[in-house]
Design a protein. Structure first.
Length: 148
């Protein structure tokens, strides 16, 4: 009976989604450009001037592209290229489960866009009053320690 049930089971794989290249797929010039654009957005092109040609021109082109991205896109691309701390999700979930409502809302407000999907219940909560400075500082520290 169990064998008959398994004959009707089939595995349906999701269609491949287009995504930015992973770190292994990025060349040296692209990796350096992405890093420099994230490190010092205004000074990235100057930092890349120290590279030899033809790496310099490729890196400068990539840096200009990265500098044009909004913050959420830039953060997501960095996470794809360099990875996320393995314990980030666990730490965030643990911190959010122990935090009070005001701290949860402030942490959620500060999270990068790609991590907000971990907490759909927070997305449905309307934003309250601005957090007091101490609460805002604690939320910034929680996000920084979990994500960076």
């Amino acid at each position: 009976m169990a064998a008959d049930a398994m004959k009707g089971t089939r595995l349906v794989l999701p269609k491949a989604r287009l995504r930015p290249p992973a770190r292994a797929e990025l060349g040296f010039a692209e990796q350096v450009a992405l890093f420099c654009a994230a490190l010092d957005r205004e000074g990235a092109l100057e930092l890349l001037d120290g590279l030899a040609e033809p790496l310099r021109s490729r890196a400068r082109t990539q840096a200009r592209e990265a500098m044009s991205w909004d913050s959420a896109t830039r953060q997501a691309r960095l996470q794809l290229a360099y990875g996320e701390r393995p314990e980030a999700v666990r730490q965030l979930r643990e911190a959010m489960s122990m935090a009070g409502p005001a701290l949860r809302q402030e942490v959620f407000r500060l999270l990068p866009v790609h991590l907000k999907s971990l907490f759909p219940e927070q997305a449905s909560n309307p934003a309250g009053d601005p957090a007091c400075p101490v609460l805002a500082a604690l939320a910034r520290r929680i996000v920084r320690e979990a994500c960076h």
